[in-house]
Design a protein around this ligand. Structure first.
Ligand SMILES: *Cc1c(COP(=O)(O)O)cnc(C)c1O
Length: 435
């Protein structure tokens, strides 16, 4: 079931808020998130892990709007960040530095300095070069950097090629036998505390088997590292738990099965219960993916050689996932429709053939001017938006019970242009032109 989104009197609501009213108030397109849905997912996730040795570090890259982060901060979540910008967002939203894990394959020196200054819980280091640089920076500043090496377990997560990260030919992590040597090397470097081990094998995992294999490998690695004399006290098992993307357009019941968080928790418990370690988990999509919808208006219908196109006012620059990953997003009318379903393409106005949000989709023919809701866009939606084709970045709205708040306004084109400047030689010619 799609939490918190429901038809009431034939109008799609987010909690107690009518999405057609929000559209009337602020225009389209816009993203809308539900607080209740975020809270429900977080609680479902955290309650699956009994005992207090699991720290949930929300993977900020899924959705880094400050009010979404503030919602997580209030729930007691930590953060998994992959850049200095995300670190700043986490701290600004009230997440403690000591609850932050820093992941990523290419941290810069400046980012390391900022993270050390914030006193983060752990750097997940992905190469020997990065380790040496971090040691140098920490030593110079007279501090110790808590480090986990991210292992590449060489398992295929069996998800989309572009979001699989744990195979040897992916750029992520360090393969195991080499990693063991690097731990040995690192234990002699001042400025470092080798206190953990980390993995993340991919995203949108709908089959838990690759995770089970990877978790077992990590547990084995912990034993070996302890044999080598390292004080491993933390195991970071990454994120990646998949969510449903197919929903019944009328009841909004999930149609595809995603693994239950209970079975995921059972795997983790089985692999780590005997390790006497703190566990870090980095869920992103699971917590926010189905907490967001994108509301868009149908600009016109176009029929060409028997093919029907619904041209809408949202596009691939607002939601990249269909163009980037061939991702499927359910699309439903905001006001329920009794029109007979037919096959049509839902497309944006951008001058690219990849600007297709749904292809050959069987759905009720929408009227021009009517509203559509693109579902499951809470993760990897707004964060990937660009202003390609001179399009403004669209607003984000957060709902809480009967209330909603615009938590990021539409950035008008004038605002985007106002930060651009002309080089002196063009300014001169502009002056001439206007004389
Ligand atoms: C993207 C990412 C996550 C979150 O993945 P989800 O599939 O959204 O849960 C967690 N950890 C790392 C290192 C990541 O890069």
């Amino acid at each position: 079931m799609l939490q918190a989104f429901r038809y009431r009197n034939d109008v799609l609501h987010a909690e107690g808020v009518s999405l057609s009213e929000v559209a009337r108030d602020i225009g389209t397109p816009f993203y809308c998130y539900s607080t209740a849905s975020i809270e429900h997912q977080y609680q479902q996730f955290s309650q699956s892990f009994t005992g207090n040795r699991v720290k949930i570090c929300y993977s900020i890259k899924a959705n880094s709007n400050l009010s979404v982060l503030g919602t997580f901060a209030r729930l007691g979540a930590g953060a998994d960040v992959v850049s200095g910008g995300e670190l700043k967002r986490a701290l600004t939203s009230g997440i403690q530095g000591s609850d932050v894990v820093f992941s990523g394959v290419g941290k810069t020196g400046d980012e390391m300095v900022d993270a050390l200054e914030a006193g983060i819980m752990q750097f997940n280091v992905e190469s020997e070069q990065e380790l040496a640089q971090l040691a140098e920076i920490a030593k110079t500043r007279g501090v110790t950097a808590p480090v986990a090496l991210r292992i590449n377990p060489n398992v295929d997560a069996g998800t989309h090629d572009k979001i699989t990260t744990g195979r040897v030919w992916d750029k992520f992590g360090i393969p195991w036998p080499e990693a063991r040597d690097i731990y040995r090397l690192a234990s002699n470097m001042p400025g470092l505390e080798m206190c953990g081990i980390a993995i993340h094998i991919g995203s949108q995992l709908t089959n838990l088997e690759p995770l089970e294999i990877a978790f077992r490998d990590v547990a084995d690695a912990v034993s070996s590292l302890r044999d080598d004399g390292h004080n491993i006290k933390r195991v970071d098992l990454g994120g990646g738990l998949g969510i449903p993307y197919h929903f019944d357009p009328l009841t909004l019941e999930a149609l595809d099965s995603s693994p239950s968080v209970e079975s995921y928790a059972a795997l983790i418990s089985k692999a780590t219960d005997n390790l006497d370690c703190d566990i870090i988990l980095e869920p992103g999509r699971f917590l926010v993916g189905n907490a967001g919808v994108l509301i868009s208006k149908v600009t016109l219908l176009k029929e060409s050689r028997g093919r029907l196109f619904a041209v809408i006012d949202a596009a691939m620059n607002d939601l990249m996932r269909p163009a980037l990953y061939g991702a499927f997003h359910e699309i439903v009318p905001v006001v329920s429709s009794s029109a007979e379903p037919e096959y049509l393409d839902v497309v944006g106005p951008i001058c690219e053939s990849s600007d297709v949000l749904a292809k050959g989709r069987r759905m009720a023919r929408p009227d021009p001017g009517s509203l559509l809701a693109i579902l499951s866009v809470g993760a990897y939606g707004a964060v990937m938006a660009s202003s390609y084709n001179g399009r403004p970045i669209i607003p984000e709205v957060l709902v809480h019970n009967e209330e909603y708040s615009v938590v990021r306004p539409r950035s008008p084109i004038d605002e985007a242009m106002s930060i651009e400047t002309l080089p002196p030689w063009l300014e001169r010619s502009f002056e001439l032109d206007t004389m």
